[in-house]
Design a protein around this ligand. Structure first.
Ligand SMILES: [Zn+2]
Length: 400
């Protein structure tokens, strides 16, 4: 049985690392993230797990067994001024699930590994899902040279933590794993609206990130007649509105322009250059969404006589989670009294890396309120304990 009191105590203890009040700033590959790993490692080592840290600073706590392992966990880093639950709750519930199985002397045939992935948020170096990408050989080449605002590279940050500075060495063979399970807060309002504590994730949306640069012509705002302008910001504005319109017209699609910069940036100068971000996500026909937006960008360039270049930063396909694991999680959530709906994740998760590497993967969502990536983010101990029990039941089924 899950010890809800112990779970609650540990939530508080973990939130203190890099935390103040309900805010947590525990950036990836920082000393605080390392302290969080040490704490989790100490809990599991006391239960007989073998603790290991890899070249990407991921923490693995292994309970011995035969055959392929069941891997279960989430991440310990946060965004700056984030909340106590994003990532951390998945690690805490994995720890609690394993402890409850050990306490109950449940005999597991397969090895079980609890993992705490490093730097999922990418808040410091701009590389999201860093640790899990390293472990499944999915890091982009040269990523270790990416630098934070202070000029510290990923390689240097890893060396500060006592590693060799080459995260690619963290790579493991995906066939070592029978399954990957991750519990995570929902980060959206659907479970709260439905009055349900848990959900089972069916798919993780495809994600496209790009930087778009529009080059027009900077001119005198008084002397340049309207018909003679090549206004980069006006062209970009048409794209911003088109992203909204196109995403609204497609099921399960969202599109956001969250950053925009205008040059030269003076009130009496026609904007000559405008650079903005694109974030396009969809659970279905993600490629079609990206194509439609890019076609609009091209048409605006020719109709307005501006030059446009698109720098693709990331493109992750839609990740469908394993039907068999979804069944296991469905049964496990039922066994704790929840009729968990299947739902699409609009946020990216570490689970994408094992799933895209062929490891049968599943995710449980726990109801959360107050938004996410903010100190208002909240999940109740009751809901978390139910999630942890469902996780324990799933591990038991998969590892027996
Ligand atoms: Zn997360």
């Amino acid at each position: 049985m899950i010890d809800a009191k112990r779970l609650e105590r540990r939530m508080t203890e973990l939130a203190r690392i890099g935390g103040s009040g309900t805010a947590v700033s525990r950036l990836g590959l920082s000393a605080d993230e390392q302290r969080a790993r040490d704490l989790v490692g100490a809990w599991l080592s006391a239960k007989g797990a073998q603790i290991r840290r890899d070249a990407a600073a991921n923490l693995f706590a292994r309970f011995a067994g035969d055959g392929e392992a069941v891997l279960v966990g989430s991440h310990l880093d946060s965004v700056p001024e984030g909340g106590r639950f994003d990532g951390a709750l998945g690690v805490l519930c994995a720890v609690e699930a394993l402890e409850s199985l050990v306490d109950a002397k449940v005999k597991l045939r397969r090895p079980v590994e609890v993992v705490a992935w490093a730097d999922e948020e990418g808040a410091r170096f701009g590389v999201g899902l860093f640790g899990s990408a390293a472990a499944f050989g999915r890091l982009s080449p040269g990523v270790a040279n990416r630098r934070d605002r202070d000029g510290v590279s990923i390689a240097e940050a890893l060396r500060t933590l006592g590693e060799r500075g080459d995260p690619a060495m963290a790579r493991r063979d995906p066939t070592e794993f029978a399954a990957y399970l991750e519990l995570h807060i929902e980060q959206g309002p659907r479970l709260e609206k439905a009055g349900l504590p848990l959900g089972v994730v069916s798919d993780i949306v495809g994600i496209y990130h790009a930087r778009v640069a529009v080059r027009g012509r900077a001119d005198h705002a008084g002397a340049t007649v309207m018909t003679a302008r090549a206004d980069a910001l006006a062209a970009a504005s048409e794209v911003v509105l088109a992203v909204e319109r196109i995403a609204r017209g497609r099921p399960d699609a969202v599109g956001t322009v969250g950053e925009i910069a205008v040059r030269p940036g003076a009130k009496n100068v026609v904007p000559g250059e405008c650079v903005f971000s694109l974030d396009l996500r969809a659970a279905r026909d993600h490629d079609g969404l990206v194509r439609e937006v890019l076609a609009f960008v091209t048409s605006i360039a020719s109709s307005r006589g501006v030059e446009v270049s698109v720098d693709e930063l990331a493109r992750v396909p839609v990740t469908s989670l394993d039907p068999r694991i979804r069944d296991v999680l469905g049964r496990a959530t039922k066994s704790v009294g929840v009729n968990a709906p299947e739902m699409v994740s609009g946020a990216g998760h570490d689970a994408q890396n094992p799933a895209l590497s062929g490891v049968p993967t599943g995710m449980i969502f726990v109801r959360s309120t107050g938004g996410s990536h903010t100190p208002r983010e909240f999940a109740s101990v009751d809901d978390a304990a139910r999630g942890a029990q469902a996780l324990a039941n799933s591990i038991r089924e998969l590892a027996s």
